[in-house]
Design a protein. Structure first.
Length: 321
């Protein structure tokens, strides 16, 4: 049976899901969840993915993604591929993690953005056995951030969902809305054995097909994402870590491996500027790309271990956006 047509166009919204192979667990503990969230942050900064909602369950995940650049395939290759690498590193194993190609349902934003975000957020209590008594106690979902229970990561876009709700007291209003329960229409849609590839009416499907065709014809005219420069990243990193810019840029003799701000700047050049390793090596006057790769690996490890370090990275990203 052929795969359903994957519709991609600028400004499309998708409900994306994937499971572990054979329903295996893909998030074993806090380290795995954080590794996946780091991967989402990278997809946002490198590919302009807009994350409106997420929920990470034990053996699967749900994402509500917007693609300003019509690049869902590229985004998901990064998310699934990079997280698989990180999972295997944490688990000391190898091989594929997910059951196959992710499932992406194109969503009519105007009709379903708000109810779909609720559907995603209610997953922890809509299972056969609820994972928590109170939904806000489930850590690995964007719901606690939506109701002001936790700080939202800088890459989580909440304002569109708040805007559809149209309430002034957004935290309380969103909590009340989610507590009402899932829409029967969505329950029926997702209860089908093989869901349709589009969540929307006939008119929306026709418009989506047309926009997909136009996008395919005009792919060479896509908007160019304005990314920060290496100079901006170096300046912001120097400010956050209170070091001279020269310490970040220039190769220093001696204990070079302890120059953490320099490694942070290299990492952000890849994540925020989408720089290749060779370009990073040239920018920072590093003799071999392997040294750059080692620096990036060290920063990813620190991001999964140290909360204050993660906050410093987020401060830099806020400065350069």
């Amino acid at each position: 049976m052929p795969r359903p047509l994957r519709l991609e166009y600028e400004g499309a919204y998708y409900h994306v899901m994937n499971r572990g192979r054979g329903r295996q667990v893909i998030f074993h503990d806090r380290m795995y969840y954080l590794a996946f969230l780091d991967t989402l942050a990278e997809a946002h900064h490198r590919f302009n993915a807009v994350i409106h909602a997420y929920c990470l369950m034990g053996n699967h995940y749900h994402l509500l993604i917007e693609t300003p650049e019509a690049n869902l395939g590229r985004i998901m290759r990064h998310i699934n591929g990079v997280y698989t690498q990180r999972y295997n590193r944490l688990k000391h194993t190898d091989g594929p993690l997910f059951r196959g190609r992710y499932k992406a349902i194109l969503v009519d934003r105007d009709s379903y953005l708000l109810p779909l975000s609720r559907y995603i957020h209610r997953n922890p209590i809509e299972t056969k056995r609820s994972l928590v008594k109170q939904l806000e106690d489930y850590t690995w979902s964007s719901y606690p951030a939506y109701i002001g229970r936790e700080f939202a990561p800088p890459w989580l876009m909440k304002e569109q969902v708040y805007g559809v709700l149209g309430k002034r007291q957004k935290y309380q209003a969103h909590r009340r809305y989610v507590e009402l329960g899932v829409d029967e229409e969505l329950v029926a849609f997702y209860s089908k054995g093989n869901q349709a590839a589009v969540l929307g009416d006939k008119k929306f499907r026709q418009q989506a097909l047309k926009r997909n065709e136009v996008g395919a014809e005009c792919h060479h005219k896509k908007k160019v994402l304005i990314r920060p420069t290496a100079k901006q990243i170096i300046k912001a990193t120097a400010q956050i870590f209170s070091v001279p810019e020269a310490r970040i840029v220039a190769v220093q003799k001696g204990r070079q491996h302890r120059n953490l701000p320099r490694k942070v700047a290299m990492y952000l050049c890849q994540q925020a500027c989408d720089m290749r390793l060779q370009t990073i090596a040239e920018t920072f006057e590093v003799g071999h790309v392997g040294s750059v790769s080692n620096a990036l690996t060290e920063i990813r490890r620190l991001l999964s271990e140290k909360g204050e370090f993660r906050r410093n990275i987020q401060r830099i990203l806020t400065m350069i956006q």
